[in-house]
Write a new protein. Structure first.
Length: 319
């Protein structure tokens, strides 16, 4: 049994290699590259700072070379060139568009956009004085290689953190949870951290009853013009222009309804017309004909009841 499986597996591998060899031998990667064009075969990004995420820098590039298997074979490009060669056939066109990949033609304007993206990313990571140099290599085989060298420069640090909170009740609650803040004086000024902190604060208040509180109620003002490369940061918690008065008001649960026969396919609360209902411990149960499960099953999985303060954590636990 194992011998047959191994033979079969080896056979398919040999067939795949043979087909690949035919495709590779019959196609040049630059077959459909124009007269004054260059196929982008490699992008390389290097940075002098090991604390900068290399993968994120790669993602900042606006133009990327064709995909490669085993790190060096542009298989999809070869498939595209092979299927686009010779007589046109519907099946060939389908494979060219589904498996194949058109050649990536080097574009100088894409390089400028990549530099802009890299600098923007570096600034978001606290490196406001980063720089990017680019070197290009064009071969007589119509291929281009581009190398981006990133110099991070100094990291901006948070020198002070102030709070501007426009509601006393919100202010009191907020300062009960500052130990969990993601922002610390002396840490690098990172906009990703600011975003995460906005989300954390919004979730904290939603867990304290503030159903309408959102990340739009949390903003930051950063003074980055200090000569010592530090940032004076102010967190503002205020109502946004779109908010009603409810944003800063704690909400309680008025009623809880459990539809035991709810059908998610047709969005109906029961499967029939004979609807029955009863209330237990303040929770209303609605069912069709008869209860299929004990109420205790629902009760032990429901972490809130009428009169409780709203909490997003309890809602999620109930799911």
């Amino acid at each position: 049994m194992n011998c047959k499986v191994n033979i079969s597996y080896t056979y398919y591998i040999l067939v795949l290699l043979l087909v690949s060899a035919v495709i590779f031998s019959s196609c040049r990667s630059t077959k459909f590259v124009g007269e004054d064009e260059y196929l982008l075969v490699k992008n390389k990004v290097v940075c002098d700072n090991k604390n900068v995420n290399k993968s994120d820098l790669d993602l900042a590039l606006s133009q990327k070379s064709n995909r490669k298997i085993l790190g060096f074979i542009p298989f999809n490009l070869y498939v595209y060139n092979f299927m686009k060669s010779g007589k046109e056939r519907k099946w060939k066109e389908k494979l060219a568009n589904s498996i194949g990949e058109a050649p990536v033609i080097y574009a100088a304007e894409a390089q400028s956009k990549s530099i802009e993206n890299i600098n923007a990313y570096m600034a978001s990571q606290s490196y406001y004085r980063s720089s990017v140099s680019v070197s290009e290599h064009f071969s007589n085989r119509k291929k281009a290689k581009v190398k981006y060298v990133v110099t991070s420069g100094p990291s901006y640090k948070i020198s002070s953190l102030k709070y501007d909170i426009g509601n006393e009740e919100i202010k009191e609650l907020f300062f009960q949870d500052t130990i969990n803040s993601l922002i610390k004086v002396g840490h690098s000024f990172n906009t990703d951290t600011l975003k995460a902190e906005r989300e954390r604060v919004a979730r904290y208040f939603k867990s304290q009853g503030y159903f309408y509180f959102s990340i739009n109620n949390v903003r930051f003002f950063a003074d980055t013009l200090q000569e010592d490369l530090t940032v004076k940061l102010t967190m503002l918690i205020r109502k946004s222009d779109e908010d009603s008065d409810d944003a800063f008001q704690s909400q309680t649960i008025r009623s809880v309804n459990i539809f035991t026969n709810y059908n998610f396919d047709n969005k109906s609360d029961t499967s029939g017309q004979n609807t029955n209902m009863f209330v237990k411990d303040g929770i209303k149960f609605t069912y069709d004909k008869k209860m299929r499960h004990r109420t205790s099953v629902f009760m032990q999985s429901c972490f809130f009841k009428p009169g409780d303060k709203y909490s997003i954590r309890n809602v999620e636990d109930t799911y």
